[in-house]
Design a protein around this ligand. Structure first.
Ligand code: ADP
Ligand code: MG
Length: 698
């Protein structure tokens, strides 16, 4: 059997299973099969006693005698229960499916090795559908202590290809003794990074003799995967730099200087100044700038964007600023108008809700070049929006835009304009390096002076009255308060009910005329939303009850408390974003996380993280750890993170190592032409052919 052998020719596969392997997992050949890596290994060398078991444990192994096999339930839903007994106690076993098979194959009074996940049912340790193997048989078999576990699908399980079935096929292929992978790493890389032979690594990963060699094998394969990902990104960056020349913003002129000296409402923070320098350097080089500006909520990214746009204007170019929501676009528009008053710079606004008849003059002025800065939403991406001379595009909250959308802006001038994307969702470094390996990154890691840290408190629902009391005190001091309810699309109806119930309770607890309440939710008309919002912004209402529509944008410095209801239903980055709505003034601010009593371990970790830190990067790291990279920033839909063995959440260090290695190789040999890189060149050509081009992502 060769790597290229079609999968149906492998003994035990055949046309039917072959077809399923293809449609379910995309496995066409032996090579594809070997690229299904175990996602976990069961340690079969460890045994527990019944009295040590606990429902929080993962899969465990115990040995005991099978007793009391019993059928129960209605005739059409026969179930089976049994007990397994060792010298320390008894556990319950239960089967909901395959009852006949179990009945036929299991015998009372025999010693079995059980493998499964303990849970608790009616106060007793219980195993549903455990794996049982007669002890005699287990002893006779030379057991692998590390048993690979593969992910599979329901349809594959239906044709006998559960994890064990896949393991067996893989073993058949590997045991044929004919499998050879071509080495893709150079001798130099293998020596320097201590990489083991590729073919050997595949054998070990699927049939590990011990955990030490497994580690070496996984390291080797992950390294290779990350190395080529980085190589794609780096090469495409080189290509782009060759292909596109950027506009040169060579001077800082009147508009910038006038604004800086006469209109800047505050002194820039050190971080803002540093980032400005980085930007100016980029803009003057003649390369097209693609820069990601990261900075926590409230760190003052907008001012950096404005100053950058002024440089573009000084050099005769127009600017576009795009925000993900109308509320945010409006707010940017208003802020820019205010700050640029008296400077002679023209700012205009274009969003979806602007009437057709009102758009004509906006388009005209834009095409004539009279508009200096056009602020807007997705509406700006439309082809009908034409600039006279677009020089820079600023994209706020960039994680809400897809790559394709961003690239639309590239075509709005003869050369691609410079691009500054801003994100308040701090993307962990590892992910940024991969996703945006092609972007330069600037970080504002400092908040404007005078901000007090926000105090974050976790409260259970039964303490709501106490929380209300606290809110009253804050309101008495003249502060304003947000109370936010979750909004999740699938259960929008229920959320609406929660919101309305909550609103009623709040109205009762905070009666007029002492208290005035605004409410904003997704079902309201835009005008009504804006009206309510404005009431709160103007300080006419003290409480804002809302769904997460307020997540991005709104800036009310007098608001000092953010109460998040059902906080366990929010993801970490959303909680962090919401918290960022307060703490914008000089007063002490608070964030109160309200949850039910029963929390999953993960939800508990989210609450603890929020209480522990206010550092967006730290929050993002935990988020990545909890959710995995696929969930972050819609990367899942784009299929961007289809790594086979490496894990961006866990392999950050290795990623840096692989990136470094790729940089070194390309530095010496940008086209991979040197003889010592022939392995790498072949490997790279294969990756280019088979894998999506990572370099295009950003
Ligand atoms: P974000 O980075 O979240 O977009 P903003 O740009 O909205 O933050 O800034 C938050 C607030 O801080 C705004 O009211 C802004 O005017 C103010 N701000 C920005 N930079 C400074 C500074 N250097 N000193 C004082 N206030 C600042
Ligand atoms: Mg902002």
């Amino acid at each position: 059997m060769k790597l290229s052998t079609p999968i149906e020719y492998v003994k035990g596969v055949g046309p039917q299973r072959g077809e399923k392997l293809q449609s379910e997992l995309g496995v066409l050949t032996c090579e594809d099969l070997l690229n299904l890596f175990p996602f976990r290994y069961n340690d079969r060398s460890q045994f527990h006693k019944v009295n040590q078991l606990h429902p929080d444990m993962p899969n465990v192994q115990i040995v005991g005698k099978l007793r009391h096999i019993q059928e129960f339930g209605k005739p059409r839903q026969r179930r089976l229960s049994a007990k397994l007994v060792d010298e320390t106690g008894t556990v319950e076993l239960v089967w909901f499916k395959g009852v006949q098979w179990v009945k036929k194959n299991l015998k009372e009074g025999v010693d079995y090795v059980l493998f499964g996940k303990p849970s608790i049912f009616k106060g007793k340790i219980n195993f549903a559908h455990p794996e049982l193997e007669p002890l005699s048989k287990a002893n006779a078999r030379k057991k692998a202590s590390l048993e690979p576990v593969y992910s599979t699908t329901e349809k594959l399980t239906g044709v006998g290809l559960h994890s064990k079935g896949l393991a067996k096929l893989i073993k058949t292929v590997l045991d044929s003794g004919e499998i050879r992978f071509e080495e893709t790493m150079s001798k130099e890389l293998m020596e320097h990074y201590k990489l083991i032979d590729k073919t050997k690594a595949y054998h070990i990963v699927h049939q590990p003799p011990d955990s030490r060699s497994l580690q070496m094998a996984r390291y080797r394969l992950k390294f290779e995967e990350l190395f080529f990902v980085q190589m794609q990104i780096l090469r495409s960056k080189l290509n782009r730099q060759e292909k596109y020349k950027g506009f040169v913003f060579e001077r800082v002129g009147e508009n910038f200087n006038n604004f800086y000296q006469n209109h800047l409402p505050f002194e820039l923070t050190r971080a803002q100044k540093r980032v400005m320098k980085e930007l100016r350097r980029d803009l003057g080089t003649g390369e097209q700038m693609n820069r990601l500006l990261q900075g926590d909520v409230g760190s003052g990214k907008t001012m950096v964007a404005l100053l950058t746009m002024l440089i573009a204007i000084d050099n005769g170019y127009q600017c576009a600023m795009i925000a993900p929501t109308e509320i945010l676009a409006n707010q940017h528009y208003v802020t820019l108008k205010e700050q640029l008053e008296g400077t002679g710079i023209n700012v205009d606004l274009l969003t979806g809700s602007i009437k057709k008849s009102d758009r004509k003059p906006i388009h005209e002025q834009l095409e004539k070049g009279e508009t200096n800065i056009l602020v807007g939403t997705h509406a700006l991406l439309q082809e009908s929006v034409r600039f006279a001379n677009l020089g820079i595009v600023v994209i706020d909250e960039q994680h809400r835009f897809g790559v394709a959308q961003r690239s639309k802006m590239w075509r709005k001038n003869t050369r691609p304009p410079h691009v500054l994307v801003m994100s308040a969702t701090p993307i962990p470094r590892t992910l940024a390096m991969t996703l945006y390996g092609d972007l330069s990154v600037s970080v504002i890691d400092e908040l404007p002076p005078g901000r007090k840290p926000i105090e974050t408190i976790h409260k259970r629902d039964q303490h709501r009255l106490e929380v209300f009391g606290f809110l009253k005190k804050e309101i008495e001091k003249g502060r304003q308060v947000y109370i936010v309810y979750p909004l999740i699309e699938e259960s929008a109806k229920m959320d609406y009910k929660d919101l309305m119930d909550g609103y009623e309770a709040i109205s009762r607890a905070f009666p007029p005329p002492d208290y005035r309440i605004s409410i904003v939710h997704g079902k309201m008309k835009a005008e009504d939303k804006d009206y309510e919002m404005q009431q709160f912004v103007d300080g006419n209402t003290q409480i804002m009850v809302a769904t997460t529509v307020i997540e991005v944008g709104v800036n009310v410095p007098n608001a000092s408390v953010m109460v998040i209801e059902s906080a366990e239903r929010f993801g970490l980055s959303q909680l962090h974003q919401l918290r960022g709505r307060v703490g914008r003034g000089a007063e002490q601010s608070y964030c109160v996380l309200m949850t039910g009593n029963k929390l999953s371990a993960e939800a508990r970790k989210r609450m603890e993280t929020m209480v522990r830190t206010q550092d967006g990067f730290e929050v993002a790291e935990v988020d990545l750890e909890l959710r995995g990279p696929g969930d972050i920033m819609g990367t899942q839909q784009s299929g961007v993170l289809n790594l086979q063995i490496a894990d961006l959440a866990k392999d950050g260090k290795l990623l840096q190592l692989a990136r470094h290695a790729a940089i070194q190789v390309l530095k010496e040999d940008p086209k991979l032409e040197l003889p010592q890189n022939s392995n790498v060149a072949k490997g790279y050509a294969k990756v280019q052919k088979e894998r999506p081009n990572w370099g295009r992502i950003s």
